[in-house]
Design a binder for this molecule. Sequence first.
Ligand code: H79
Length: 607
Amino acid sequence: MFKKHSLKLATVIGAFALLNLSCLAEEASKVAVKKPAKGEKMDDLWGDSVVKLRATDAKRGQLFDDGNYAMFIHWGLYSTLGNKVDGKTYYGIGEWIMNSNMAGIPIPEYKKLANDFNPVNFDAMAVAQLAKDAGMKYIIITSKHHDGFAMYHSKADKFNIVDATPFGRDPMKDLAKACKEVGIGFGFYYSHNQDWTFPGGGRGPKKGADGIPASFDDYFQKKCLPQVKEITSEYGQIEIVWFDTPGDMPKKYVEELIEVVRKNQPNALVSGRAGHGLGDYQSLGDMEVPHHNVEGLWESVDTTNDSWAYAWYDENWKTPKQVLGLLVSCVGRGGTYMLNIGPRGDGSVPQRAADALRGSGEWIRRYPQVVYGAGPSPWHHGLPWGDVTTRGNKLHLAVFEWPRGGELHLPGLKNKIKSAKLLTGKESSVEIEHKKASGWSVFSLPVAAPDKLVSVIEVELEGEPDVDPCFAIDPVVSTEILAEFSDVSGAQLKRNRWMEKFGEWKHVNQVVNWQPGGAATWEVDVLIPGDYKVALNYTGKGRLVWKVAIQGGEAIQNQQNASSVFHDYKIGWINFPKPGRYKVGASCIEGDAQSAALKGIKFTPLN
Ligand code: H79
């Protein structure tokens, strides 16, 4: 399921990886809701410490070598509430509804929800078919989330969908079978450290019903370990055990769980969030899609709207085009994308989520080569009009923003081009003309985009792709270059993340701590000389004065307002007098520079 992209990229992207790690260490978190509990590290909320690839991983991932797109499902008792408790709506991730930052539901009250949990509209075949239609290669579903309720028949603990609800059936049996029938893989999410209702579980009650203190070991031996044995032995072959949030769980417990998985499911992968670097692959932060290629086996997990579990108000859906943008970005960066749906308490799937998945799935059926088994982009980052994935000597240019003027500009490609074809999504394709200009490849295109979502150009090269990944200013489409790609002096690049709503994470790498003379500097390549509009994307307080200067060339400066939300601020026009390489620096030179956080710079051609 994971693309094992070529390790020869390692040296080039190593620099980015290092940058990422050093930023992690200095992470500035803006979590406003609650300070972490004692012993909780804010820079490792998900326990996704870097996982080293082991030789055996290749074998385990083998079955799904080309399955780099998957369905995540958050479904549990919490889904019956849909974020509304006693008539009040709580905004944030639905599966956390019990938590004191949300509705703060006492354990006995929460357990009572099971009495009315009757998901008669859960149609396992329809869900499996939806994943299949979406082009997803496997499903990972919550067998037990932090609330401790098992969505399958557990003999280890009665707080489960068979023993504690009027439904009285095991829907996971149906789903495992349905996945097999439609020909996709199946696996379980299991919250191994947190259990908010079982004595001794992470963030759970500290005493049993008898008033006797319970330890984590009690929880582990009585519930966690037996349940992991159950989910790995009673549902046929499973592809992944997706452990989450290990917190400060001791290593010996993680080792024991992994031993169980290895014994019962020798081909299954274990998520990086098992903890202690013992998983098989790295799971990035919740809802985090990286901007530069990432080495090794990794995945991004994300959701079709804002919440993982069903939330009645959450109609903020990703469109099919957005889904494709995120998927192609993940594949282009060398990883896997797992996208979540949150069925309602009655088991039904919100129609708009299904529509978004089917809409993007139809596109994937037209251009499967862009996704499945595709390698990462030799540019190591997205391009102004879209992104690139590869297969051997072929590039797939996925054009999300069709350029006006009938030409697409591809910078830095050193190979000779054998052929360039505009794919039609059918057997046929249209050969297109191309030429070289100042190191750029320029493709002639029809005026209108042939595909209503994302058009694809397949470029066959002489030899393996050989690319200069320098950032280049597109002559037609706006080019945004992130601060994380700049050389920073007299300031600091820091990783920041915050919760937009409770549990809805946003991630940004920003330049902060501006000192006098400090600058973020990018090297850029220009094809068409002339004036370009420059905008900076930043947060800050009050009016800030920014300077944008081309080394040895024009410098412009301007005062603009600032706010606490990242936003593009226009600085002015700047001139690149001839084609070629330039160094462009941005500096905060007046105002509350200590408040300024720069996310990126944008160049827009005038015409
Ligand atoms: O299942 C989804 C989330 O419920 C789960 N991971 C995805 C896939 C997840 N659990 N925890 N986290 C993600 C990290 C959350 C951390 C926080 Fe907090 C919760 C930050 C603020 C509230 C814990 C409590 C850390 C600080 C206070």
